[in-house]
Write a new protein. Structure first.
Length: 296
């Protein structure tokens, strides 16, 4: 097995018609990635490409990426989407811009017969790419969407509070993670969620005070788009093999969303696991088996 990490420096909302219809005119950014190659040396054929969620990064998928590579004997690529992880910071933060970034990555590395897996925001990026008329019809063989629906959602109060807490950390002269967690506790009571958000602290730059690696201003500005979706039911469909994985304790996919999912993805299979929103982190073995069974 080979592992390589490449880093590059760096309410309802509707997009404009020009944004919604074209990928070719959208400038893309080069995405940082981790690459997991099986012993047979295959780097391009039938890869699994993984897209993380909001405030996430490719590092969150290291263990599962290695396991998928081992079980599938196929290459696995875990990407950092724009404004996350080690990828460049760039405006605007829309699904079509992120889809253009991913499509450019697939073309750059000559990937074919791709299985595309996305969690939460990454799931919406994956769906946006699958549904887009400029995406080659034969490039995707499987689409796996983890705990998100293709809907235009209302603003999340939790996310608004998370931004407020992170801004307080950046402006508060904080020099250690413990104090940062104490500030964030005033905005988020769940320690696991706080720990997840604090993985974005830039602890290796020797900066004092601490700052976040992600651009809070760009992400906050793009939040309405992140909670939206480029299309409404009836505009586009993807007829390829599609799996939605729902956490039974999560509200991101609910009974009202199922008909919408079926309108966009007529052949979609919907699997459930006894988890909250972070399905792959809470039940990694069960999640892996569900995905492997679907792909086989």
């Amino acid at each position: 097995m080979l592992l390589r990490s490449v880093s590059n420096p760096s309410c309802l909302v509707s997009s404009s018609l020009s944004q919604r219809r074209l990928l070719s005119g959208i400038p893309s950014v080069p995405l940082a990635y981790d690459k997991y190659i099986p012993l047979n040396g295959n780097e391009t054929e039938r890869p699994l490409v993984i897209l993380h969620g909001f405030f996430g990064a490719k590092r969150n998928w290291q263990s599962l990426s290695k396991a998928f590579m081992r079980d599938l004997q196929r290459p696995v690529y875990a990407l950092d989407l724009r404004n996350h992880g080690s990828s460049p910071h760039a405006r605007p933060m829309t699904y079509l811009h992120m889809a253009a970034d991913v499509l450019d990555f697939l073309h750059k590395f000559s990937l074919s017969n791709i299985s595309l897996l996305g969690h939460s925001m990454g799931g919406k990026v994956a769906m946006s790419l699958a549904l887009h008329p400029e995406t080659p019809v034969d490039i995707l063989t499987h689409l796996i969407v983890s705990d998100i629906a293709p809907i235009r959602a209302k603003p999340s109060q939790d996310t608004i509070q998370h931004f407020e807490g992170m801004e307080q950390i950046e402006t508060g002269g904080i020099t250690n993670r413990k104090d940062a967690d104490k500030i964030l506790e005033g905005y988020e009571k769940d320690p696991s969620v706080r720990a997840f958000l604090l993985t974005n602290l830039d602890v290796n730059s020797h900066c004092s005070p601490l700052r976040f690696k992600v651009p809070i201003d760009i992400l906050k500005e793009g939040r309405p788009e992140i909670e939206s979706f480029p299309w409404v039911p009836g505009e586009r469909t993807f007829n390829g093999r599609t799996l939605f994985v729902k956490g039974t304790k999560s509200k991101f996919i609910n009974r009202h969303n199922i008909p919408v999912i079926k309108e966009f993805f007529p052949g979609a299979i919907i699997g459930e696991l006894d988890t909250g929103h972070w399905v792959h982190a809470e039940r990694p073995d069960e999640f892996r088996k569900l995905v492997l069974d679907f792909m086989s």
